[in-house]
Design a protein around this ligand. Structure first.
Ligand code: NAI
Length: 293
């Protein structure tokens, strides 16, 4: 089998001035993609900005013989998303791949949550995926090709103490991606979710001894697979961390059906069967699940 290359493809990687995004950008560029290295260049909490991180990654890519341009627009607004896509069009004339990776943290227990902590996290993670992708969506439809990789998190999929804002954004990204996959299907636009784990500035204080195995470069291979023209997956979630890649899915259990005697007591008395994962299925869309009997 031939190597998976990206010659002739233009990729945007948001938040690529460091951490996971940098690894994604370096791998895609090393395999022939022309890369827009986007990064606002702020702190982990989203404060501040600098063009330096994106510029440094561009220099790394160029030193290795690749092609890249830096972009320091924010993903958090519709105007920012459009500016990032415009930067790709200006530099390389197309957009084929978007890796929505930019992210910030404003952790706080729910009782102490405030709009100042909640809203920017939704803006960067969830709306960042929305508006960057939206700005390229029509182009992708017209060229009958697109690969969108949206970055979620185990915190969104499974919950994590102190991260209601982050978890809400990250699970919102799953819903966004599942519907994008349906709307893009006719146009060969594949949209998938990455749930990564890696040693970065965002996680350096959290991972302890596990950090040693959590190279961002290992996760980048999952992104490259999902970005490739040969990838047939869409609407899927891949967990990728420490060299392990695994499907995560939203499934529905068989449950119980009883139109005649349905009651709260019926649910109480049949809870074990309702909760049983035996014979679960993975709905292809909302109607598929709603129409189950
Ligand atoms: P990181 O902090 O190194 O990278 C995030 C990058 O996004 C930073 O370079 C930052 O400047 C940039 N950024 C922030 N706000 C931006 C904005 N408005 N516009 C453009 N760029 C912006 O952290 P890391 O770990 O590399 O995170 C990458 C993604 O992976 C994030 O979405 C994060 O939530 C997600 N993730 C990471 C995990 C890990 O184990 N490192 C676990 C689960 C999810």
């Amino acid at each position: 089998m031939s190597d998976m290359r990206f010659d002739g493809k233009v990729a945007i990687v948001t938040g690529a001035g460091g951490g996971l995004g940098r690894a994604h950008a370096l791998l895609l560029a090393s395999r022939g993609a022309k890369v827009v290295v986007n990064d606002l260049g702020g702190a982990v909490d989203g404060s501040g900005s600098s063009q330096t991180p994106a510029q440094k990654v561009v220099e790394e890519i160029k030193a290795l013989g690749g092609q890249a341009v830096a972009d320091a627009n924010t993903v958090a607004t519709q105007a920012g998303g459009k500016a990032i896509v415009d930067a790709a069009l200006k530099a390389f004339g197309a957009v084929h791949i978007i890796v929505n990776n930019a992210g910030i943290l404003r952790d706080k227990s729910f009782r102490n949550m405030s709009p100042e902590l909640f809203d920017p996290v939704i803006d960067v993670h969830l709306k960042g995926c929305v508006w960057t992708t939206h700005a390229a969506w029509e182009l992708m439809r017209e060229q009958n090709f697109g690969r969108v990789i949206n970055t979620s998190s185990a915190a969104g999929l499974f919950g994590n103490f102190g991260q209601t804002n982050y978890s809400a954004a990250k699970m919102g990204i799953v819903g966004l991606t599942k519907t994008l996959a349906l709307e893009g299907a006719k146009y060969n636009i594949k949209c998938n979710v990455l749930a990564p784990g890696a040693r970065t500035r965002m996680t350096e204080d959290l991972m302890g001894e596990r950090a040693a195995a959590m190279d961002p470069e290992l996760v980048a291979h999952t992104v490259a697979y999902l970005a490739h023209e040969s990838c047939s997956l869409t609407g899927e979630i891949l967990s990728s961390s420490s060299g392990r890649v695994a499907r995560v899915f939203v499934g529905a259990c068989k449950g119980v059906t009883n139109r005649e005697q349905m009651s709260p007591e019926f649910i109480r008395d049949n809870l074990a069967q309702i909760m049983s994962t035996d014979g679960f299925h993975i709905p292809a869309g909302a109607m598929d699940e709603i129409s189950q009997r």
